[in-house]
Write a protein that binds this ligand. Structure first.
Ligand SMILES: Nc1ncnc2c1ncn2[C@@H]1O[C@H](COP(=O)(O)OP(=O)(O)OP(=O)(O)O)[C@@H](O)[C@H]1O
Length: 551
């Protein structure tokens, strides 16, 4: 519950919409109860009055119609405003989570895998909407309706008010509270197992080609089936608890009805209440339990919302890997990069970099090559200050990276990674990520420098061509070049290229390297690659092996 309460500020931002939805759900319930009560009273009174001669049919029938219209309109309005406010709330929660996540990337906890993050950012956030829609709103509405019906009974049938009040309180407060308590662990299991199943599904899709080639599809399917079965078991447990609670509420509704009928018949015999009013009251009692049914049906989901909130808070409260300085310095222009005796290790493992010293002059192009695991990517990570070295220091124009604001540093250094994505959007939108205010001539200049302008020009829709999911409408080489154009568009004077030709055939790779010198002219460039570099691609090549820099 503590984790769920941590989101109250975001809930408060949507207070108006949520309050309106609450009022409308109250009107819906009240109209439903009034509709049933009036109908019971009306039908009984009409039946008891011979041919309706002495009974004014007009007023009650108008009331019945009026209440049903109010009920329909209020329910419609409640769904509209409730869902609108909830969707806005979910958008706020996602924005809040992303904002908390960015300074924490890359996450120190390597167990938090991609699929798990996806699961948290989608399903766990979605689970939070239930907190209001199914719990707070209906409970409040039910309490108002129950109190009103109890007050009416206290006026007309005082003894019945006690019976009804007790049954209703048990149905809307005690049963849901017990359900929340008993379903906590089942709710937690549902969330955790759903995340597991999603992870296995994502792994299965990502590794499908390999699993197929190695004949492992069977075990991949069996693994998914086992996870899905575990999830179904947890959901079954939650559903059983919810069904028991729903049956208890039905039992309490029946008890309240029999109690009111019993006491009512006694009063009817004594002449203190007439038949139409008694029937109207009985139906109103039945109608009011609609509210409690709604609570129980959905309060089971509160336990999943609580478990989801805990997972989200754990993510949002992950310690920040690198903190901004209290008094940041400006980034010096045209500055040399100086890596001075840097040693870095992940956790308590062996050093990924040992006593590395390297200087890169402004505008110089260097390549870092070496065997896999040598420490190339780790060095780029330190240059972007995604982690700090344990000893030694890195400076930019003499200013230690630790004295710069992360945002300033990242505006100064552009990265083209081996997995830089092409987004499912137009070429224009993909490029503008590099510089939002770039004009049409800038876009074409970047495309020309990246060697892909002719291709884009040949497309019927040019810059407005949709690239499809992960750029499936362009080749791997064209995708890389579009990413390079996006990197070039940024005004960053330092460019880091991490295995930019991964996935390209040798011809495409050579063509890509061929464009680098002119495309990046004037910018300090550090190219990390496994590929054999054609003569003249860079000014200097250094090798890194087992974390040690060599010539
Ligand atoms: N996040 C991490 N946590 C722990 N160890 C890591 C992490 N990333 C890399 N390492 C380890 O640090 C060492 C250097 O890895 P790094 O990725 O920098 O090498 P690389 O030269 O870029 O390799 P490749 O060419 O295969 O990308 C390796 O031993 C690697 O296992």
């Amino acid at each position: 519950m503590r984790a769920l309460l941590a989101f109250r500020g975001l809930f408060a931002r949507q207070a108006r919409g949520l309050l309106l939805a609450l009022v409308l759900s109250l009107v819906t319930l009240a109209a439903g109860v009034a509709l049933l009560g009036t109908s019971g009273w009306f039908i009984t009174a009409a039946a008891l009055t011979s041919a309706g001669l002495a009974f004014n049919l007009f007023a009650p029938s108008a009331l019945v119609r009026g209440f049903s219209f109010i009920r329909i309109l209020a329910r419609y309005g409640e769904r509209l405003t409730g869902h609108d406010a909830t969707l806005r709330l979910l958008a706020d929660i996602r924005g809040w989570l992303f904002a908390r996540l960015f300074p924490r990337l890359p996450l120190a906890d390597r167990n938090l895998r991609h699929g798990d993050l996806v699961s948290r950012l989608t399903a766990d956030v979605d689970a939070l909407d239930t907190a209001f829609l199914v719990a707070i709103g209906p409970v409040t509405a039910a309490l108002v309706i129950g109190t009103t019906v109890t007050a009416i009974l206290a006026f007309l049938l005082p003894a019945a008010a006690w019976v009804y009040g007790a049954c209703f309180a048990l149905a809307v407060l005690v049963v849901p509270a017990l359900l929340v308590l008993r379903s906590r662990s089942a709710g937690g299991q549902v969330v955790a197992r759903a995340a597991d199943a999603r992870l296995v599904a994502l792994d299965g899709i990502a590794g499908h080609a390999d699993a197929l080639a190695l004949g492992l599809l069977g075990s991949s399917q069996a693994n998914f089936s086992a996870k899905a079965e575990a999830l179904a078991t947890a959901r079954g447990q939650l559903a059983t608890l919810t069904a028991i609670a729903a049956a208890s509420v039905q039992g309490l509704a029946a008890l309240a009805l029999v109690g009111v009928l019993w006491i009512g018949l006694d009063h009817f015999g004594g002449g203190s209440i007439d038949a139409p009013v008694l029937v109207g009251l009985l139906l109103a009692v039945l109608g009011s339990f609609e509210a409690s049914n709604a609570i129980v049906r959905s309060v089971g989901k509160l336990s999943t919302a609580m478990a989801a909130a805990e997972r989200l808070m754990a993510l949002a409260e992950t310690p920040v890997t690198v903190a901004d300085p209290a008094q940041p310095q400006p980034v010096p222009p045209d500055a040399a990069i100086a890596i001075d005796d840097v040693t870095f290790c992940y956790g308590t493992g062996a050093p990924a970099l040992s006593n590395v010293t390297l200087t890169v002059a402004p505008g110089e192009h260097i390549a870092i090559v070496g065997p896999s695991g040598g420490g190339k990517s780790s060095l780029l990570k330190l240059l972007l200050r995604l982690a700090d070295p344990q000893s030694g220091r890195i400076t930019l124009g003499g200013v230690p990276l630790a004295d710069l604001r992360q945002a300033d540093l990242h505006a100064h250094i552009a990265l083209l990674g081996q997995d830089s994505p092409v987004f499912h959007d137009t070429i224009r939108a993909n490029l503008l990520i590099g510089r939002a205010d770039a004009g049409e001539p800038d876009l074409w200049a970047a495309l020309t420098a990246a060697g892909i302008a002719d291709f884009v020009r040949s497309l019927p829709r040019g810059l407005d061509t949709l690239l499809g999911e992960t750029g499936k409408t362009v080749s791997a080489g064209q995708g890389r070049r579009l990413c390079l154009a996006r990197t070039l568009l940024s005004k960053a004077p330092i460019v880091l290229l991490d295995e930019p030709t991964t996935g390209l055939d040798r011809d495409a790779e050579l063509a890509f390297f061929g464009t680098l010198k002119t495309a990046l002219a004037g910018r300090t460039t550090i190219l990390v690659t496994h590929a054999a570099l054609p003569e003249g691609t860079v000014d200097r090549v250094v090798t890194i092996r087992n974390g040690v820099l060599g010539a």
